[in-house]
Design a protein around this ligand. Structure first.
Ligand code: 5GP
Length: 263
């Protein structure tokens, strides 16, 4: 698979074309941003960890019948993925109230929601990804009723699966953001809805079950320190760290090695 020109560069990832028009390469950067790009930093090793964590989760979801864009991980920072037309919508699932939900509606921090709450945001940096209703989605043609009904079902199933994956390693899944696109299924030669982007500590809130210690991007957003250590802890518990050292990173004055199992 030959890596071609850069097609798109976002805050945390770069997409490159390949010699197959239906496939692209997703490269995970170390850049971290928050508050609509107002806060920026390089978190060394983050891209490598997110690549591995997201690969693990997408593969697990795939084994449970969720269609995703992931073909395979290529190396420490890159994945081969299906090229997809992305819906301009962020799908957010909340199990416990925190973040923008508590700010927006005055709900007490930590409230356990009686059932998962699904929210939609319009993917538009200039507008700070505003919360939207289904009616906005239909009015502006960002997706059809049929597509949203199908995506909602898949999203709630993903929540169930993720709750199980994380609970099994002593982590509470507080909330997360996912995205979808439409990609070609080469077997059926038909276009279908697939999960795209990534699922990682950048896109989820993950708290240790016992201590409620944050193991996600809130460590960066809220200046809690030890950002990379939180991500490493998630990878370690998922069983995708140690053994052979491939990269080393310096964080908070401490040098640590990131080690990965060979596949
Ligand atoms: P909140 O709306 O409370 O800020 O975020 C809810 C959940 O969605 C959190 O897990 C957060 O990490 C994720 N999320 C929401 N918007 C974005 C975004 O633009 N980028 C990333 N990486 N995650 C987001």
């Amino acid at each position: 698979m030959n890596k071609g020109n850069k097609i798109y560069e976002g805050k945390a990832k770069i997409i490159y074309e390949t010699n197959d028009k239906n496939l692209v390469i997703q490269h995970f950067k170390d850049d971290a941003t928050a508050f609509n790009n107002l806060k920026k930093a390089k978190v060394e090793g983050k891209g490598v960890l997110n690549n591995r964590i997201s690969e693990y989760i997408f593969n697990n979801l795939g084994e449970c019948g969720i269609k995703t864009h992931l073909i395979k991980r290529l190396n420490m920072r890159e994945q081969l993925i299906k090229k997809a037309e992305i819906f301009p919508i962020e799908f957010i699932v909340r199990n416990i109230a925190t973040g923008s939900l508590t700010k927006r509606l005055g709900i007490s921090e930590g409230t356990v929601l009686s059932k998962p709450l699904l929210e939609y945001c319009y993917k538009k940096d200039e507008l700070e990804d505003p919360l939207i209703s289904r009616e906005h989605i239909y009015s502006f043609g960002w997706a059809t009723i049929k597509q949203i009904e199908s995506i909602d079902k898949i999203t709630l199933r993903i929540n169930d699966l993720l709750l199980g994956i994380f609970r099994g390693i002593g982590i509470k899944l507080i909330d997360f953001k996912i995205e979808y696109g439409i990609a070609l299924n080469k077997d059926t030669n038909e276009k279908e809805i697939v999960l795209v982007d990534e699922i990682s500590p950048d896109t989820c809130r993950l708290w240790d079950v016992k201590t409620e210690k944050k193991l996600d991007k809130d460590r960066f957003r809220k200046d809690l320190g030890n950002v990379i250590q939180g991500y490493q802890e998630v990878a370690r518990r998922l069983g995708i760290m140690p053994e052979e050292t491939n990269i080393s990173e310096v964080n908070f004055g401490k040098t640590t090695s990131i080690k990965f199992k060979k596949k």
